[in-house]
Design a protein around this ligand. Structure first.
Ligand code: ADP
Ligand code: ASP
Ligand code: MG
Length: 440
C-alpha cells in the first residue's frame, strides 16, 4: 500500500497542529509521500502565511517598507521550529527570500515560499527527504500545467525515493522561475504526486470531517458525505464548495485513485471517500448542495426564435467577442436566458445588449442582476421521482422566489437561480427537506 497525504494550511498552522499531522503520518507505514500547504490561520482572526507573503512582496518589490511584515513571517516559522525543538535554521533561506523579493522575482515566487519553507520544516521533523516541487512540476510559457512531462519526471524521481515531503502549490516555468497554481492549489500537487507514484489512496487532511452536504458556514453542522463520485464532486466544487480545489480531481482520475478527505483534528472520523463510481447507495436522495452569488441573467425574447437556425450561436458569439463566459442557458419556446458572472459582464453590458440587437433583432432584451445559482447534486436523483417538486415546495415554504431552474441532462444536478439575498435561506431550506427530513 502507498498513500499520498496532503495537509492543508489549518492542519499545519502551528507546532501543535504539525505534531498532529506527524502523528497521522507515523500511524500508518503506507503514508510515504507528504504534501504540505503553507501555515494557515491558527484562529479565525489570524493571518495565512500565503497572504502575508503576497503583502510583503507587494511592498518589497515596489520599494516600500516591508521589514515589519517580513519579521512577522520569519517569527511564524521560527516559532514553529523552536516549539518543535528542531535543530534547524532558516536564516540562509530568509536571506535568499529577501534578496529575491527586492529583486522582483515575482508574486508567484513569493507565494510559493510559504509551502517551500514549511516543507523543509516538516521533512526535518518527520525525518523524510525534502524534494523541491520546482524540480518536478512544470508549466509551459503560457502558464499551462504540463501534466505529462510532470508525470514522467516526477514518477522517475520518486521511483527511487520513499518517505518524501514535496511542498504543494507550485512548480516551475520553462525558464526555471516559479509559478503557482491558483489559490488552494496544494490539493492539485497532492493529486499529481498520487498519480505519479500510482498511490492506492490520496488522503487530503483538512479541518472538517469530510466533504459535508453543504457549506458549514451556511448550514450549522451539516452531515458529512460518506461516498461521492468524481463527477458529483466536480459539480459541487465548480459551484463553490471549496473543500478541495476544483482541478484536484483530474490527475487522480486518470488512474482511478480514490481521494479520502479527512480531519486532522479528528483522525478517528472516516471522512469522505471520493471515487470513480460506486454501488453504494447514497444515504439521502441528494449528495450535496453548493452555490455562488453574483450572477446576471440576460433574457432574450423573440417570437418564433426556435425556428431560426443559428439563433443561439449568433447570441453567444456576442458574449464571446467580449470574452464573457456563460454559466447556464435555460431556454423556453420564445426565450433564451444567459447566466453570466456579473463581475465579468458589468463593464460591457450596453455593448453586449447592442450587439444582441444587431445580431438577432430580438423583441426584447431583459437584464436581471444580483442573482445566485445553487446546484443540488446527486447520483441518486435519477432514481427518485419528485426531486424538483420537493425543492420547489421547500423554497416556496421558505418564501424564496425561484428565478430559474435548469436540470442538467445527466440528471446529476438541478441548478436553481434565486436572488442573492435569498441564497443562504434557500440552501438551508433545501438541506432541511432532503437531509433533516430524511435523516435515519
Ligand atoms: P485546507 O486549508 O485544509 O486546504 P480549505 O479551507 O481549503 O482547507 O477547505 C476546508 C474548508 O472548506 C472548511 O473549513 C469549510 O469551511 C469549507 N467548506 C465549504 N464548503 C464545504 C463543504 N461542502 N464541506 C466541507 N467544507 C466546506
Ligand atoms: N497556501 C496556498 C493558498 O493559501 C495554497 C494552499 O493552501 O493550497 O492558497
Ligand atoms: Mg484548501
Amino acid at each position: 500500500m502507498k498513500k499520498v497525504v496532503k495537509f492543508g494550511g489549518s492542519s499545519l498552522a502551528s507546532a501543535s497542529q504539525i505534531r498532529k499531522a506527524a502523528d497521522i503520518v507515523r500511524a500508518d507505514e503506507s503514508r510515504l509521500y507528504v504534501v504540505p500547504s503553507a501555515p494557515g490561520k491558527r484562529t479565525a482572526s489570524d493571518e495565512k502565511v500565503t497572504d502575508m507573503l503576497y503583502q510583503c512582496y507587494e511592498a518589497a518589490s515596489s520599494g516600500k517598507e516591508y521589514q515589519k511584515i517580513l519579521e512577522r513571517i520569519r517569527a511564524r516559522y521560527n516559532g514553529i521550529i523552536t516549539e518543535l525543538g528542531l535543530d534547524l535554521s532558516l536564516e540562509e533561506e530568509f536571506k535568499a527570500l529577501e534578496e529575491n523579493f527586492t529583486g522582483k522575482k515575482g508574486r508567484d515566487y513569493a507565494a510559493s515560499r510559504g509551502e517551500y519553507l514549511n516543507g523543509i520544516i516538516i521533512a526535518k521533523y518527520l525525518g523524510f527527504t525534502f524534494l523541491d516541487a520546482a524540480e518536478v512540476i512544470f508549466f509551459d510559457e503560457d502558464g499551462k500545467f504540463l501534466s505529462e512531462k510532470t508525470n514522467d519526471v516526477l514518477s522517475a524521481r520518486l521511483e527511487k525515493m520513499e518517505r518524501v515531503v514535496i511542498p504543494g502549490f507550485y512548480g516551475s516555468n520553462p525558464d526555471g522561475s516559479i509559478r503557482t497554481f491558483s489559490r488552494g492549489g496544494s490539493d492539485i500537487t497532492g493529486s499529481i504526486v498520487a498519480r505519479a507514484v500510482h498511490a492506492d489512496l490520496y488522503e487530503n487532511w483538512t479541518d472538517v470531517s469530510g466533504f459535508l452536504v453543504t457549506d458549514p458556514r451556511i448550514v450549522k453542522n451539516p452531515e458529512p458525505i460518506e461516498t461521492i463520485t468524481y463527477r458529483e464532486l466536480r459539480e459541487l466544487s465548480y459551484m463553490g464548495a471549496s473543500v478541495l480545489h476544483e482541478d484536484a480531481i483530474f490527475p487522480v482520475r486518470k488512474e482511478g485513485i480514490p481521494i479520502n478527505i479527512r480531519n486532522t483534528n479528528r483522525p478517528e472520523d472516516p471522512g469522505t471517500m471520493i471515487v470513480e463510481s460506486t454501488c453504494r447507495k447514497p444515504r439521502y436522495t441528494i449528495t450535496g448542495i453548493a452555490g455562488k452569488k453574483g450572477f446576471c441573467a440576460i433574457t432574450i425574447e423573440k417570437a418564433m426564435m426556435n425556428a431560426e437556425v443559428g439563433f443561439g450561436r449568433k447570441v453567444l458569439d456576442v458574449f464571446e467577442r467580449y470574452g464573457i463566459s456563460f454559466e447556464h442557458i435555460p431556454s423556453g419556446i420564445d426565450t433564451m436566458t444567459i447566466f453570466v458572472h456579473q463581475s465579468e459582464f458589468v463593464d460591457y453590458e450596453q455593448s453586449v445588449i447592442a450587439g444582441i440587437h444587431r445580431a438577432v433583432q430580438p423583441d426584447t432584451v431583459l437584464l436581471e442582476s444580483d442573482l445566485a445559482l445553487i446546484a443540488v447534486v446527486g447520483r441518486g436523483m435519477k432514481a427518485t421521482r419528485g426531486t424538483a417538486g420537493r425543492i420547489f415546495s421547500a423554497l416556496a415554504h421558505a418564501r424564496v422566489n425561484v428565478r430559474m431552474i435548469d436540470q442538467g441532462s445527466s440528471e446529476l444536478n438541478i441548478i436553481i437561480g434565486v436572488d442573492n439575498v435569498d441564497f443562504e435561506k434557500a440552501i438551508q431550506a433545501i438541506y432541511d427537506i432532503f437531509i433533516t427530513a430524511e435523516e435515519k
